[in-house]
Design a protein around this ligand. Structure first.
Ligand code: NAP
Length: 251
């Protein structure tokens, strides 16, 4: 039997690039996203016989339950699905915040914990969580997104330590700006012009570096040279001010 990967948010961007990468290595793929049209398009683009596409709204706990109850135990889980949630303090409704938290944090935990007991019993497997550089730097007007990504980062680091000696590795990836449809979908298209070219990383690069880190059992990875170099300075005020001025948002 082929190795099996379950990737959430595989219809576009980083998730689709991950699916493409693993398809070239002969993996069986379970690919989950929400929008039927985009899922169908991704299926045609991937054109890979060992991939199965599913549509589920991962901001709902029932979707995670049905995935855990129906899928073969994965050898690799890539918890990637997400949206760019933005808005100044107090702008998001309670419902918007709940959905975003579940999609990118609570649901990621439920998905992983749904499969972990069987993976531990089997004694092997890998987990990859796509967080964000926003987990470790200030993101004005995206404070909710930043807090969600911090939450899932903390969770990933903690279970990575807890799972030591079980045969299961956990890697949290912290990408900076990645050229995907995420910003456009969130109404942040102006960032594509405003953020300089050197700050953008390709989804394929994120996948390459994240897979390498996961195979090497690293707990975290910051893809892209520019982010690796700047990471140690991100907590300093001057760096935050520079970051803010480069990435200043209209909304
Ligand atoms: N792009 C960046 O600059 C950047 C930087 C750091 C971290 N990230 C993180 O990277 C991950 C992937 O984002 P991306 O940039 O590749 O964006 P993307 O191209 O917009 O892809 C997002 C994926 O998540 C899926 N998704 C969104 N909401 C969903 C829901 N409710 N249920 C199921 N699937 C859902 C989308 O599926 P549908 O087709 O159904 O919408 C799509 O497949 C996210 O977690 C994001 O926070 C992105």
């Amino acid at each position: 039997m082929n190795l099996k990967a379950l990737i959430t948010g595989a219809s576009s961007g980083i998730g689709f690039a991950y699916a493409k990468y693993l398809s070239n290595q002969g993996w069986d793929l379970s690919l989950i996203s929400n929008n039927k049209e985009r899922s169908k398009k991704a299926e045609l683009n991937l054109a890979y016989k060992n991939a199965k596409f599913y549509t589920n709204d991962l901001s709902k706990p029932d979707s995670i339950k049905s995935i855990v109850n129906s899928q073969r135990i994965p050898d690799l889980i890539v918890a990637n699905a997400g949206v760019a949630v933005n808005g100044p303090i107090g702008q998001l409704s309670a419902d918007e915040k709940d959905r975003a938290y579940y999609l990118m944090c609570g649901g990621v935990i439920d998905l992983i914990e749904g499969f972990l007991p069987s993976m531990i019993e089997r004694g092997n497997g890998r987990i990859v969580i796509i967080s964000s550089i926003g987990a470790i730097t200030a993101m004005p007007k995206s404070s909710i997104y930043s807090s969600i990504k911090s939450g899932v980062y903390a969770y990933g680091k903690s279970i990575s330590a807890e799972l030591k000696d079980t045969g299961i590795s956990v890697t949290v990836s912290l990408p900076g700006y990645v050229r995907t449809s995420a910003h456009k979908r969130a109404g942040l298209d102006h960032l594509e012009k405003k953020v300089p070219n050197w700050m953008w990383v390709k989804p394929e690069q994120v996948v390459k570096e994240t897979e390498k880190a996961s195979l090497n059992k690293k707990t975290e990875v910051v893809p892209g040279k520019v982010y690796k170099i700047t990471r140690p300075f991100l907590r300093f005020k001057t760096a935050i001010d520079i970051w803010k001025s480069i990435t200043k948002r209209n909304q």
